[in-house]
Design a protein around this ligand. Structure first.
Ligand code: SF4
Length: 323
């Protein structure tokens, strides 16, 4: 727990925050591909949902496209951490693209669950946000079996073929509390609804929510560093408010912080989404220090030490280069 005797005008920084293992791997995959094969390297969609990361990779020679048909035949394309539907792999194969799949292994796990339950002819209720790339990729594994459930309202309206052959899965970056509410509502309607074989909301999303709750209890203001299209970052803002912060805002970097937010505030909480480089948090801390919030304390809630190996296509090609 955080001590109650700390001096005023302080900053509590949540730990863990920032890069998760899946983002780290995806960004490194593009960097290594640029080193190994040279620019340009095409990337389908934003490799991770962070404006600064995308801009930095663009400066090094990455070209971001919306779809694989924008990639010249035979070129190299990296698939983002959010995953892709099988149809995207097929499209890439038809264009003879060399693909590097940076889908986070924890997203792949959900894809595999969808395939397994579809093979057993279950209806799959996929809890997630309409239009999010990850949801499109997972649903694309079994389009005839998956229905999207977007929040409690979606749970009220969804129709199923057989309530005794039903499982729910979820997007990896949802709010744990909100998802529990949606599942509870679904179970009122479908008591035999199966749970996923293991948590679909990933360790990084859960840990960052636990950590922001801890600081939000003691902060009037919580600043979450992250881009507006980052699902897990947006959830951190909601979780901070629910946990007791008077106000919580999402900022891409320090230039988005408004001085007016600090009026009358003694304790500011700071955290960052799973796709956010630490230097952007450092920028916010420097901004706060200039305004009298120089007493900075890190509050660690959950130890975290997860790493994923690079995509296998890269490991294979890096091996000869390493000799
Ligand atoms: S937020 Fe979770 S699922 Fe998404 S890339 Fe990070 S570890 Fe993987």
């Amino acid at each position: 727990m955080v001590s109650e005797t700390l001096p005023a005008r302080r900053v509590l920084v949540a730990k863990p925050r920032g890069y998760c293992a899946g983002v780290d791997r995806a960004v490194e995959a593009v960097e290594k591909a640029l080193e190994l094969y040279g620019a340009p390297i095409y990337v389908r969609k934003q490799i991770v949902h962070n404006t600064h990361v995308v801009r930095t990779l663009e400066e090094r020679g990455a070209i971001f496209v919306s779809e694989t048909d924008e990639v010249p035949e035979g070129a190299i394309v990296v698939f983002s951490a959010h995953g892709v539907a099988p149809a995207v792999h097929e499209q890439a194969a038809r264009r003879s693209l060399k693909t590097i799949d940076a889908t986070c292994p924890l997203v792949t796990k959900v894809h595999n669950e969808a395939k397994r339950f579809a093979a057993r002819d279950y209806d799959i209720l996929l809890i997630g946000h309409e239009g999010h790339e990850e949801v499109e990729g997972t649903a694309g594994e079994a389009p005839d079996h998956v229905q999207l459930v977007d929040g409690v309202a979606g749970a009220d309206s969804v129709q199923v073929r057989d309530p005794d052959r039903l499982v729910w899965l979820s997007q990896t970056t949802l709010s744990v509390d909100e998802t529990n509410e949606t599942v509870a509502r679904l179970k009122e309607r479908f008591p035999n609804l199966l749970d996923p074989p293991s948590d679909d909301i990933c360790y990084a999303t859960q840990n960052r929510q636990v950590a922001v709750k801890e600081i939000a209890r003691e902060a009037e203001l919580v600043i979450v560093v992250g881009s507006t299209n980052s699902s897990n970052s947006k959830r951190l803002v909601e979780v901070a408010k629910d946990a007791g912060a008077d106000a919580a805002y999402l900022v891409d970097d320090a230039s988005f912080v408004d001085d007016g937010w600090l009026a009358g505030v003694a304790t500011v909480g700071v955290t960052s989404g799973a796709s956010v480089p630490e230097e952007l948090v450092d920028g916010v801390l420097a901004y706060l220090a200039e305004r009298g919030f120089a007493d900075v304390r890190e509050v660690e809630s959950v130890p975290e030490n997860v790493r994923f190996a690079l995509p296998h296509e890269l490991r294979r090609d890096l091996r000869p280069a390493a000799r």
